[in-house]
Design a protein around this ligand. Sequence first.
Ligand code: COA
Length: 233
Amino acid sequence: MEIYAVRIYDLSEERLTELCSLINLEKKNKIERFVNKKDKIRAIIGETLIRMIVIENLKLSNKYISFDKNQYGKPYLKDYPNINFNISHSGDYVLCAVDDSPIGVDVEEVKDIKYEEIAKSFFTTKESEYIISQDLKIQLDKFYEIWTLKESYIKCCGQGLSIPLKSFYLDLDQRENIKVVSNDKYTEHTFKVFNIELGYKVAVCSLNKEISNNIVRLDQNYLINKFTELCLK
Ligand SMILES: CC(C)(COP(=O)(O)OP(=O)(O)OC[C@H]1O[C@@H](n2cnc3c(N)ncnc32)[C@H](O)[C@@H]1OP(=O)(O)O)[C@@H](O)C(=O)NCCC(=O)NCCS
């Protein structure tokens, strides 16, 4: 398993156009439709990241990389069922986790929100109670921890919000052994929370027993240069 993180910064229109010319038409059109430049950057960096990983690991030429989506929109690499990946973006971060089993990753920028109300609406009673039972100073942090963990689980399963967030709960009592309970049973999934930077929360969910302890950080320019270089080979 590898987990990659890129901290994004501005990208020139020329660079953006160049990168968009190296991806498939559907994704290119989607990115071009975004009004917000940061949405464009997050999406193209996610795409560049997974393409670079695939080229390097499978020695596959960029033009032969083909993605498809399951019925809930989870992208996967066509013809390579043993490569599982998942992308997440929020604020200034883009993350991509790659593994030989289903994987889900979620990054969230921590914002000063009314977490109590949101938790009541979207989380189970146990999870909401867990948050408000914590010291006031860390309640927002705990809220985001549960949010990213729940999202990482949904994203690992690949079924999006067709799995209602209230239909399963996180057993957070054993700090190092977070588990999901669904239909009164523990599932096989394993979890890890990362504090990549103050103001961000990351969670990874996997069907493998072990989750990597490391996040590989790549500089945006390094990634773009490496990817365009690999495309020329
Ligand atoms: C789409 C969803 C899977 C994740 O959305 P998100 O957390 O807003 O976005 P993220 O940045 O983490 O993930 C987006 C990426 O996940 C991937 N993705 C899309 N559908 C997916 C699915 N069904 N399963 C797993 N991954 C999926 C894509 O790669 C997408 O990136 P791309 O569009 O650039 O290719 C879905 O769970 C969702 O809509 N969540 C929002 C739920 C919410 O509002 N929760 C509040 C509770 S407090």
